[in-house]
Design a protein around this ligand. Structure first.
Ligand SMILES: Nc1ncnc2c1ncn2[C@@H]1O[C@H](COP(=O)(O)OP(=O)(O)OP(=O)(O)O)[C@@H](O)[C@H]1O
Length: 265
């Protein structure tokens, strides 16, 4: 078995700094970020509000360029958005004039995939997000959780190497949120995806991630990383949820202390 350290690096961020604005209105959002994401990792990012989590995601997505430093994917600088990096936001950004199926088909169509293949891809991913039978529905007919599943299927339909998620379950009720966490964990495992997920919820980070990164208040820096295995233990133990143990509570308390120290200062 290949150890985590030996897994291929997908995203390599070196000495990254990002400033919004110009001259007197400059805001330093991120400072000296060094982070590597390996293929198959599920990385969760925690940090106080406004610390630059979304900024980091947008830089990896290619929506913006670093002020200094580099952000590489498979050794090449990220210069703009790409199908290879799919983004899921807190509010699902679906096309309201298209039905569910058409929303999922959109990406493969734009990429010139054949009609037969598009049909197979769409059916497969609607099934994977448990929306089979809902293809003909208009998006306004769906609940928040269902919309978010369409958004996820739409990203998956492009077979991205990297899935970036910005508080994807933040607007959902607790029950739907739990179901979505199980869904994304299963999809990550089944598709062997690489995921970068931002959350405010420490339990969500600990129950999904194989690594958790905790950031400082603005300008965001990486304060501490935790390599964890609670998400894999769910599969190993064939349970539906994390088995809470002393290690879990110790890590949770340590993260809480780090974040509270940031907000009190
Ligand atoms: N377009 C922008 N122009 C100027 N400043 C911005 C812009 N977008 C974000 N910022 C500032 O940059 C900092 C980092 O913002 P960012 O949205 O990345 O933080 P965050 O950690 O994702 O916040 P939250 O957890 O509240 O979503 C904040 O101080 C924010 O006000």
């Amino acid at each position: 078995m290949v150890s985590e350290k030996e897994q291929e690096v997908l995203i390599d961020i070196q000495n990254l700094k990002f400033e919004y604005g110009t001259n007197v209105n400059k805001i330093l959002a991120l400072d000296n970020i060094n982070l590597q994401l390996r293929k198959g990792e599920f990385l969760c990012v925690l940090g106080p509000s406004g610390c630059g989590k979304s900024t980091l995601l947008k830089l990896i997505a290619g929506y913006m360029k670093p002020t200094s430093g580099v952000c590489l994917m498979e050794g090449k600088p990220i210069t703009g958005p790409d199908w290879n990096r799919g983004v899921v936001f807190q509010s699902p950004t679906l096309y309201p004039w298209m039905n569910v199926r058409e929303n999922v088909e959109f990406g493969p169509k734009m990429r010139g995939v054949s009609s037969k293949e598009i049909e197979q891809i769409t059916t497969h991913f609607l099934e994977q997000v448990k929306l089979n039978g809902f293809g003909d529905k208009a998006t306004f007919e769906l609940s928040g959780g269902m919309k978010q599943r369409v958004a996820l299927a739409r990203v998956l339909a492009n077979y991205p190497e990297m899935i970036l998620m910005d508080e994807p379950f933040g607007a959902l009720d607790a029950l739907t949120r739990g179901n979505m966490q199980t869904l994304i964990r299963d999809i990550w495992k089944e598709n062997n995806s690489t995921i970068f997920l931002i959350t405010h919820d420490i339990d969500e980070a600990l129950s999904l991630g194989t690594r958790v990164v905790v950031m400082s208040k603005r300008p965001g820096k990486i304060l501490k990383e935790f390599n964890i295995n609670f998400t894999n233990e769910i599969f190993n133990n064939k349970t539906k949820h994390v088995m809470y143990n002393q290690e879990y509570f110790d890590i949770k308390n340590e993260i809480l202390d780090i974040i509270n120290n940031q907000t009190e200062e």
